[in-house]
Design a binder for this molecule. Structure first.
Ligand code: PNS
Length: 357
């Protein structure tokens, strides 16, 4: 086993003898650090279930500012010490149970930008919840969990968003990011993303996924639109949104017929997120935000600028395009394209999809 890259590249690392758990395979280690890429340099890293310390040492070699190693097994602790000495680096090693270490570090007010977790396979699925409860992750920090492919992990962890999941043989790497406004426990900040979503576009999904990185829980709520003749029914729109956001574990989809302020009260939500595409959106959105504030003074509306590539996109543009045979590929989530074309054909007759270029 060797350090793969960085200032200590090529240094040999000892694996602890007779240890139950397996060292991270080079292929997995390489993939893990490719995923972390620029996040490692200058970061504070916590290496839990450190084993030989190979992951933390790799992080130090790639420019991490500090690594705290946690390992309970005595022989493994000796291996970490030897490996650190052979690489000529100093680091903190806590030779104790992970839960004890989490409490100690939390009491000391420590925060880490990256937390590496390589527990024994078949580990307690609550490991992530214990970690977030300890509040050791810096806002928007990353948690990399190496686990068995068959290990059942919770879909939703308060305070964490699953960014990526990659399989390497029987090993899986799950990469989570901490939400910016996480408070953990039952005190999760909930944000509402309301709209008529007739139909959902890629611009909507962009705003929803960015909101999901900031808040613990995002509720996308479909309201009936002012358009008397919507293309899709409320349940159909909910269904399409559920499909389009199924990759976001902290997003749920709901519908409501009534005032947004009443719905927010009912859900105990204090924050509404709206996307702004251009100055032309502003006047209407400000009117809505002020009316909602009058109806419910502790309801705040936060505006998020739509990403550049979606600044011209709206549900009505998509409907027009589909109706007159334009191609809506890339403008709406993949699963919805066929449904929109079919509904438009049903209602207005069959258009053909013009390919451009
Ligand atoms: O996607 P849209 O059409 O811009 O969404 C508008 C929506 C649904 C957010 C807005 O019409 C709304 O909040 N409807 C609920 C009724 C309400 O509370 N209106 C504001 C006070 S009159």
């Amino acid at each position: 086993m060797r350090v793969i890259a960085g200032t200590m590249c090529g240094r040999r690392l000892k694996a602890p003898r007779g240890r139950q758990t397996r060292p991270t395979k080079d292929r997995v280690k390489e993939a893990l650090f490719n995923i972390l890429a620029g996040a490692v340099a200058g970061s504070k890293v916590l290496d839990l279930y450190a084993g030989s310390g190979a992951l933390g040492i790799e992080a130090l070699s790639r420019g991490a500012q500090e690594v705290v190693f946690v390992e309970n097994d005595r022989r493994a602790c000796r291996a970490v010490k030897e490996n650190l000495a052979n690489c000529g680096v100093k680091a903190t090693l806590l030779c104790c149970d992970v839960n004890v270490a989490l409490r100690k570090l939390a009491a000391a007010g420590r925060r880490f930008e990256i937390i590496l977790l390589d527990p024994p396979y078949g580990t307690d699925p609550e490991v992530l919840e214990r970690l977030t409860r300890a509040e050791l992750l810096a806002p928007a920090g990353l948690v990399v969990l190496e686990h068995g492919r068959r290990d059942a992990l919770p879909e939703q962890v308060p305070g964490l968003v699953l960014l990526k999941k990659r399989d390497y043989g029987d090993t899986t790497l799950s990469i989570y990011q901490g939400t910016l406004l996480s408070r953990g426990g039952n005190n999760m900040p909930v944000a509402l993303c309301p709209g008529s979503f007739d139909p959902v576009t890629c611009g909507h999904v962009d705003i929803i996924s960015r909101a999901a990185k900031i808040f613990d829980h995002v509720i996308v709520t479909v309201f009936p639109n002012t358009d008397k003749n919507p293309l899709f029914t409320l349940p159909e729109r909910v269904e399409m949104l559920r499909e389009a956001t199924s990759h976001l574990p902290n997003v749920s989809v709901d519908s409501f017929e009534g005032l947004l302020s009443d719905y927010a009260r009912h859900k105990n939500a204090k924050i509404v997120i709206k996307g702004l595409r251009a100055v032309s959106d502003f006047e209407y959105e400000m009117q809505m935000a002020l009316m909602n504030k009058k109806l419910s003074p502790d309801l705040e509306t936060l505006f998020m600028m739509t990403s550049n590539e979606y600044s011209y996109l709206s549900s009505s543009i998509v409907k027009q395009l589909a109706r007159f045979g334009g191609c809506i590929d890339g403008l709406v989530p993949q699963g919805t394209q066929g449904k929109i074309m079919a509904r438009v054909a049903e209602r207005y007759g069959s258009p053909s999809c013009h390919e451009e270029g």
